[in-house]
Design a protein around this ligand. Structure first.
Ligand code: SAM
Length: 302
């Protein structure tokens, strides 16, 4: 199923997209936001799209092959400052970062992102770089694992999960989603155990949800990438240009909120609205992924 872009109307309304604008989409995914933004910027606009996942770049190459306004870059947006000179533009009028995972990444078991899929525990958005989740699980100490689950997953039972992982890996390595799910269940009181085939409602999530989130953030160093990506994007925005970030959990949203407030306080930027925009009921019903999405937008004023 093709990834459906979240908060699409809000993005189109709030990013100040004008005819002829130069846009950077830092997170192409399946190109849904890009496609809609291209329709707004007209024949003289330009869109530079980044994604660190080669599969996303391949999908967008097919989607935009005939569109000469589009340049695709297989790169982590955290490296924007480094690669900017090669992009051949003076500045961006609009930058969008829609962080997190795409539906395609979650659905593909061999990528290892979802506890509901079956496959190897990889979780690298760029499979050419860094350690897999299974390698982190094998190498980190019990304390490091507990800290990872606590800080990146806000998991209350972080120490219990770390303990069962270390006990299990003494007997056999944790290589697959199934291995990890079985291991995590050992840390959960029986009445809370997740039963396969019994899809969790949103109110009662899989007990390992936060562990998966934490591992993914750790494997891809997502929080540092977000900070560096926002900094590079803001530096290369034109005066009056806008940066929009869509985040999917409170840890990311806090980082965005604090950075945007800082730019606003220093009068480098102006917040377009104070409270983040969230999905309306109808969007959540059509696309449950949107239920935790938050959009914040800042305009550069100096
Ligand atoms: C939520 S999806 C984006 C969906 C997209 N807006 C659409 O309409 O299809 C996130 C995408 O961003 C990519 N991504 C996440 N972090 C990234 C980073 N630091 N640099 C580049 N791409 C990143 C992921 O590989 C994924 O394809």
């Amino acid at each position: 199923m093709r990834h459906s872009p979240v908060l699409l109307q809000e993005v189109l309304d709030q990013l100040g997209l004008k005819s002829g604008a130069i846009v950077m989409d830092g997170t192409l995914g399946s190109g849904g936001h890009s496609q809609a933004m291209l329709a707004k910027i007209g024949p003289n606009g330009k869109l530079i799209g980044f994604d660190q996942d080669p599969e996303a770049i391949a999908r967008c190459r097919e989607l935009f092959q005939a569109d000469t306004r589009v340049v695709l870059v297989h790169e982590n947006f955290r490296n924007l400052k480094k690669v900017f000179p090669a992009l051949g533009v003076a500045a961006f009028d609009v930058v969008l970062l829609d962080i997190g995972t795409s539906s395609e990444q979650l659905a593909d078991g061999k990528r290892g992102f979802s506890f509901q899929a079956e496959g190897e525990l990889d979780m690298r958005m760029n499979p050419e770089v860094g350690l897999k989740a299974s390698e982190l699980l094998a190498q980190m100490s019990e304390v490091e694992l507990a800290d990872l689950f606590y800080h990146y997953g806000e998991e209350r039972h972080s120490r219990r999960f770390a303990r069962v992982i270390v006990e299990r890996r003494r007997q056999q390595p944790i290589r697959t989603i199934e291995d990890l799910n079985q291991t995590l269940e050992l840390a959960v009181p029986p009445h809370l155990r997740f039963k396969k085939g019994n899809r969790p409602s949103w109110a009662r999530r899989h007990p390992g949800t936060k562990v998966y989130q934490a591992l993914r953030i750790g494997v891809n160093d997502e929080l540092e990438a977000l900070k560096e990506g926002m900094s590079g994007a803001f530096e290369h925005l034109s005066k009056g240009g806008r940066l929009g970030v869509i985040s999917f959990h409170s840890i990311e949203d806090r980082i965005v909120k604090q950075q945007f407030r800082k730019w606003d306080d220093e009068e480098q930027g102006k917040l377009i609205f104070r409270k983040p925009m969230v999905a309306k009921r109808e969007e959540i019903l059509n696309n449950p992924r949107s239920r935790s999405a938050k959009l914040r937008v800042i305009e550069k004023i100096s």
